[in-house]
Ligand binder design. Sequence first.
Ligand code: VLP
Length: 134
Amino acid sequence: MPVDFNGTWNLVSNDNFEGYMTALGIDFATRKIAKMLKPQKVIKQDGDLFSIHTTSTFRDYTLQFKIGEEFEEDNKGLDNRKCKSLVTWDDDKLICVQTGEKKNRGWTHWLEGDDLHLELRCENQVCKQVFKRA
Ligand code: VLP
C-alpha cells in the first residue's frame, strides 16, 4: 500500500530555489519574483494516476502522470523546455527523472511526519522545499 500524498499543501521552506532556477536558466527578474512566492500544491492520487497542481499568485503549473509511464513534459511557464519525464516509486518516495537538455534534472517527493517534502534537481543544484497541510 503506497503512501498517500492526497491533499492541499502550503510551502513553508524553500532552500536554494535561487540556485535551482539559475541552473534552469530562469532570468533575473523572474527569479526575483519567483523566490518571494509561497506556492500551494494540490495533489490528487488515484492508484497509479497523479495530478500535481502547483499554484501561486504569479504562475501555475499542472502535471498529470501515471506511475511507470514516460510522457512528454512541456514545463510551460517554468523554463519552457520540453523533456521526457518518468515517475516511479522508490520505496515510499516518488521519483521523477526529467530527461532532456538539462543534465541531472528531476525531483523527489516524500512524506516526513505530517509534512510533504520535495527535492528539485537540475545540473549541480538541489532545491529543498517543505510543505504543510493547508
Ligand atoms: C521556474 C522554476 C515560478 C520559476 C519561474 C516560475 C509554479 C513536483 C513538481 C511537479 C515542480 C515545481 C517546479 C517549480 C520550478 C520553478 C512559478 C512557481 C509556481 O513540481 O511537485 O510539477 O516541478
